[in-house]
Design a protein around this ligand. Structure first.
Ligand SMILES: NC(=O)C1=CN([C@@H]2O[C@H](COP(=O)(O)OP(=O)(O)OC[C@H]3O[C@@H](n4cnc5c(N)ncnc54)[C@H](OP(=O)(O)O)[C@@H]3O)[C@@H](O)[C@H]2O)C=CC1
Ligand SMILES: O=C(O)CCC(=O)C(=O)O
Ligand SMILES: [Mg+2]
Length: 474
């Protein structure tokens, strides 16, 4: 069935039921080594995974690794331009859970991202990137331990769908012409705007389906967190991109207040209920004035709308969420994207789950990883209903490739996420303990070594850091 692959002769398949994996004790798991530093990262990471599974289960459980190909390695094996062979797609589809190293994407032209293609092909709609601090990790931030967030990034649409035309392309010119001469003039709110004829042009689709299934996963994750972390913040640039990013926010709130009505309260609802509890004699209008500081300068229509909102909240959830009950619910709020970049630095402790669209999530996950130690400490998972692929937040870091020097922490922690997803918590815990102890012993790779006070000299190699993690399991 495979053109050039031979699956392991031992092991069983992971299957899926209602979006959850059913994992045998001897799963076959495909892995992609990756380009660039993948050559260093993968062997170090695999060694840690195998050692942890052996230490945790003494041979009762074992991963049967299945090497599959993508990127440069795939071209070497399958021929020129065979960056993502059908074999690889068939293997991931068949075995359901996979892990990968980073893959290169050229800038400005050439192939489109293989990483993005895998997410789209397998409909891995939730990119989950936790950013938490390991004690002793050096950070440019004063109190990195206060940041403990999980980014939920929509992974299949937004401008990452890759529907765009280069400047000067005939079809692109046709689209610009259609927009300039038909669609824009027919839309009064666009006035006399025109797109410059020498523009490249890209499409940004944000769907209700894509937004709500992502927010649903984020809320489900919040339900599994301790009470004080049960918050979901919808991150968007909806003031500017009203019908894409603004709609993401509105659809997120809609989902939270319909499918999760019992479990959720929105920030605005909490203000209304809190105002009422502090002063039970408060009129609807006084309450409205408190939740909207600019209330008195609004138009009568807008003021009526806010009063109606207050009344509707008190009537609809006063019984179920009032008298302080809202404090035990998941708090759903929203923040504008530029503001959240400063908020995670100035008020990191106020955030827990950040749900957002593809581009915002891409930027935000690198920025949040920087606070807790850098891209060497940023794991990730791409989750769908019938498949999951685990990978680090960082890329191929080409200047370090083949030098056995980069930090395998991100890929190893992505493997921890995979083990937790499989229900192999004991093995995951051993790795987290080994990693935390190695860091607090100052046994670290160059990226952390250079930030430590005093700097660690010489730093561990990538492979040596893996050994240090294993040594520190117990
Ligand atoms: N999912 C994926 O496979 C991804 C692929 N990419 C692709 O990777 C390629 C390179 O992208 P680039 O923008 O350079 O970003 P990278 O994330 O690859 O690297 C940027 C910098 O981050 C630091 N870094 C990255 N990984 C590690 C690590 N494991 N340990 C320590 N430090 C690390 C290094 O900083 P310093 O040198 O300062 O120490 C490195 O130079 C591009 O083709 C891009 O498209 C990018 C992101 C994700
Ligand atoms: O696919 C790529 O090359 C980059 C993707 C990326 O930056 C990410 O997923 O974080
Ligand atoms: Mg990125």
């Amino acid at each position: 069935m495979y053109e050039k692959l031979t699956p392991p002769t031992t092991g069983s398949k992971i299957t899926f039921e209602n979006g959850e994996p059913i994992v045998p004790d001897d799963p076959i798991i495909p892995f992609i080594r990756g380009d660039g530093t993948g050559i260093d990262l993968w062997p170090a990471s695999q060694k840690v995974f195998d050692a942890a599974v052996q230490a945790a289960y003494g041979g009762k459980r074992e991963i049967n690794w299945f090497k599959v190909y993508a990127g440069d390695e795939a071209c070497d094996k399958y021929g020129t331009y065979q960056y993502l062979p059908q074999d690889t797609l068939d293997a991931i589809k068949e075995y359901g859970v996979a892990i990968k190293g980073p893959l290169t994407t050229p800038v400005g032209g050439g192939i489109r991202s293989l990483n993005v293609a895998l997410r789209q092909i397998f409909d891995l709609y939730a990119c989950v990137r936790p950013c938490r601090y390991y004690t002793g990790t050096p950070s440019p931030h004063k109190s990195p331990e206060q940041l403990d967030v999980i980014i939920y990034r929509e992974n299949t649409e937004d401008i990452y769908l890759g529907i765009e035309w280069r400047e000067g392309n005939e079809l692109g010119k046709k689209l610009i012409d259609y927009l300039n001469n038909e669609l824009i003039p027919a839309t009064p709110e666009h006035g006399k705007k025109q797109i410059r004829l020498d523009s490249g042009i890209g499409i940004k689709p944000i769907s209700k389906t894509g937004s709500q299934r992502l927010v649903k996963r984020a809320i489900q994750n919040a339900l599994r967190l301790p009470k004080h972390k049960q918050m979901v913040t919808l991150v968007h640039k909806g003031n500017i991109m009203k019908y894409t990013e603004g709609a993401f926010r509105d659809w997120g709130y809609e989902l939270a207040t319909t499918e999760f009505r019992e479990e959720c309260v929105t920030e605005r609802e909490s203000w209304i209920l809190d105002n009422q509890e502090r002063n039970p004699n408060l009129s609807i209008e006084e309450n409205a004035r408190k939740i909207d500081p600019g209330y008195d300068s609004l138009t009568p229509e807008k003021r009526a709308e806010i009063c109606k909102e207050v009344e509707s909240v008190l009537n609809s959830i006063g019984e179920t969420h009032g008298k302080g009950q809202w404090k035990d619910k998941i708090m759903v709020n929203d923040r504008i994207a530029d503001s959240i970049f400063q908020q995670i630095q100035t008020r990191p402790g106020e955030y827990s789950i950040l749900a957002t669209m593809n581009l915002n999530g891409d930027y935000l996950s690198d920025a949040a990883a920087a606070i807790v130690g850098g891209l060497g400490m940023g794991p990730g998972a791409n989750i769908g209903d019938e498949c999951a692929i685990f990978e680090a937040t960082h890329g191929t870091a080409p200047k370090h490739a083949g030098l056995d020097r980069v930090n395998p922490g991100s890929l190893i922690l992505s493997g921890v996420m995979m083990l937790e997803y499989m229900g192999w918590q004991e093995a995951a815990d051993l790795i987290k303990k080994g990693l935390a102890t190695a860091i607090s012993n100052r046994e670290v790779t160059y990226d952390l070594a250079r930030l430590m006070e005093p700097p660690v000299e010489p730093p561990l190699k990538c492979s040596e850091f893996a050994d240090a993690i294993i040594r520190n399991f117990s």
